[in-house]
Design a protein around this ligand. Structure first.
Ligand SMILES: CC(C)(COP(=O)(O)OP(=O)(O)OC[C@H]1O[C@@H](n2cnc3c(N)ncnc32)[C@H](O)[C@@H]1OP(=O)(O)O)[C@@H](O)C(=O)NCCC(=O)NCCS
Length: 173
């Protein structure tokens, strides 16, 4: 079922499939500086090993991929270098590695809807207790609006800017 993001933008949320990995990676390369963009083999690995954690936003009328959120399961509470390269099926934390929207569709509310959809879906899986991600300073308020809390400065070194750890509890009583 299509979700209306704005007057002129309707999308369908569904897992990114293997044939869309090149397109997803094209968005990634366009979204991040060269020293922050992840290599395509990580995208292929995630699609093959944890497709439930790789959510795409597809234009409802053309089925073109215009945004995605990619994650892995992990036994750690925060993002580590290992969590970026491997999915631990028994892990209780979803490590979110990329939140990306094609430039042509930004500031319409798509990333916000994608985050809400992603959090709903991982909660529904009932196997994850926490979500974790790293963010640059300017997007901390964006992630806090979904319930993430600032944990501190991250040890991850990717590019030149400082990253911050944010985590949220998925289990609400
Ligand atoms: C960050 C990103 C995912 C936001 O996508 P988007 O669809 O434009 O986001 P939304 O329209 O849902 O934005 C909702 C709110 O988030 C905040 N926000 C969005 N982009 C922002 C930015 N670049 N800087 C600061 N705040 C931002 C704003 O408060 C915005 O509300 P507003 O438009 O009413 O001001 C997109 O700009 C992107 O792909 N950037 C490159 C990749 C990246 O940095 N990803 C995050 C790190 S993994």
């Amino acid at each position: 079922m299509a979700t209306t993001i704005s007057e002129d933008l309707n999308v369908i949320f569904r897992p990114v499939i293997a044939s869309d990995i090149d397109r997803a990676h094209q968005i990634e390369v366009d979204c991040f500086p060269a020293d922050e963009a992840e290599p395509i083999d990580k995208f292929r690995y995630r699609e093959a090993n944890c497709p439930d954690l790789f959510l795409g936003a597809y234009l409802a009328d053309s089925d073109r991929l215009i945004g995605y959120i990619a994650g892995t399961g992990s036994s750690t509470n925060i993002i580590t270098a290992e969590s970026m390269t491997q999915h631990e099926p028994e892990g209780r934390t979803v490590c979110i590695h990329s939140v990306c929207v094609d430039r042509a569709y930004r500031r319409k509310g798509l990333a916000s809807q994608m985050m809400n959809e992603y959090i709903t879906r991982i909660r529904q899986q009932r196997k994850y207790e926490k979500a974790a991600l790293i963010s640059h300073q300017h997007l901390i308020p964006f992630y806090e609006s979904f319930g993430f809390r600032l944990f501190g400065e991250s040890n991850i070194q990717l590019g030149r800017e400082t990253w911050f750890d944010l985590t949220m509890d998925l289990i609400t009583n």
